[in-house]
Ligand binder design. Structure first.
Ligand SMILES: NC(=O)C1=CN([C@@H]2O[C@H](COP(=O)(O)OP(=O)(O)OC[C@H]3O[C@@H](n4cnc5c(N)ncnc54)[C@H](OP(=O)(O)O)[C@@H]3O)[C@@H](O)[C@H]2O)C=CC1
Ligand SMILES: O=C(O)C1=N[C@H](C(=O)O)C[C@H](O)C1
Length: 251
């Protein structure tokens, strides 16, 4: 039985994960951590990570970027693997993730869904052909009004997946409002839409001469992220220190 700690347990994703773990035979929610607690969870919840008394095999994190530094320190010191799902981390925090991964196993992914992780693979194989044929590349993402970071972590990861076969020569462009010139070839435009309750939508557009390819992923429920995160936690528990990603889980 894998014992999980949920970091950000009272958030929207934390609660969806709680339900999925309840339905999973070989996992149990041993503890939760959040900024506030009203006692409604069936497991102990701490408002301070360091107060947690339970022994856990793995931590799943869906919290907020400022909470990630403390989590990394704690996990590295206790050598507890972490499935790190929070987005909007700074470059400095990403370096800290790398440092922590020398002491414990860390699986970081901006999107835990099977669909988006399949799309990453597709993009790596198809992008160069289209870019060489003169197609321009744009990414559009849409999310709910509560979302704090923009563009989404997934949009950035998609842009990186596209840029890799292009020898990372393309520049990411987030705002063209001050520009009065044509779009250069070697850029990837990334646009963010925020509103209502949209769970998550990502579209990669290859726009060529008189033809367009649009690859679109729509998450209709947060269960797609939660199921991926729980599978990742079961995979990561007991693994040696190092960086992992969803391709290790999905194969
Ligand atoms: N990788 C993936 O597949 C996915 C990633 N995400 C990412 O996960 C994160 C959380 O998303 P979501 O659940 O919608 O957000 P929520 O705001 O609903 O949940 C975050 C929870 O973390 C809590 N929190 C904030 N700071 C701390 C802290 N210092 N210590 C402990 N808990 C803290 C929040 O408390 P409070 O409300 O008081 O601030 C809240 O309860 C976001 O970064 C989002 O982008 C989301 C979906 C999928
Ligand atoms: O905040 C969200 O909700 C989501 N965030 C992730 C991101 O930033 O890419 C993944 C998903 O799209 C939902």
């Amino acid at each position: 039985m894998t014992k999980i700690m949920m970091h950000g347990c009272n958030g929207v994703m934390g609660q969806v994960i709680t339900k999925i773990v309840e339905e999973t035979d070989d996992a149990v929610m041993a503890a939760g951590v959040d900024r506030r607690d009203d006692g409604h969870n069936d497991y102990p919840v701490y408002t301070n990570l360091s107060d947690c008394k339970e022994d856990v095999d793995v931590i799943i994190d869906f919290s907020a970027a400022p909470a990630v530094d403390g989590l990394l320190d704690y996990a590295a010191e206790k050598k507890i693997p972490v499935v790190l799902c929070t987005t909007g981390l700074t470059d400095e925090q990403l370096k800290k993730v790398e440092e922590a991964s020398k002491k414990t196993a860390i699986l970081r992914s901006a999107n835990m869904s099977l669909g988006i992780n399949t799309l990453f693979k597709l993009l790596k194989s198809m992008t160069k052909l289209l870019a060489d044929a003169g197609f321009d590349i744009e990414i559009v993402e849409k999310h709910h009004r509560r979302k704090l970071d923009a563009p989404s972590g997934t949009a950035l990861a998609l842009a990186e997946a596209v840029n890799e076969p292009l020898d990372n020569e393309y520049e990411f462009v987030f705002d063209r409002s001050q520009r009065r010139e044509q779009r250069p070839k070697k850029e990837i435009g990334i646009s963010a839409v925020r509103g209502g309750t949209i769970v998550g939508e990502h579209e990669v557009i290859f726009a060529g001469q008189d033809e367009v390819i649009e690859l679109k992923h729509t998450a209709y429920s947060r269960a797609v992220f939660a199921k991926g995160a729980v599978s990742a936690a079961l995979y990561l528990a007991g693994k040696p220190a190092g960086m992992y990603d969803m391709s290790d889980v999905i194969g």
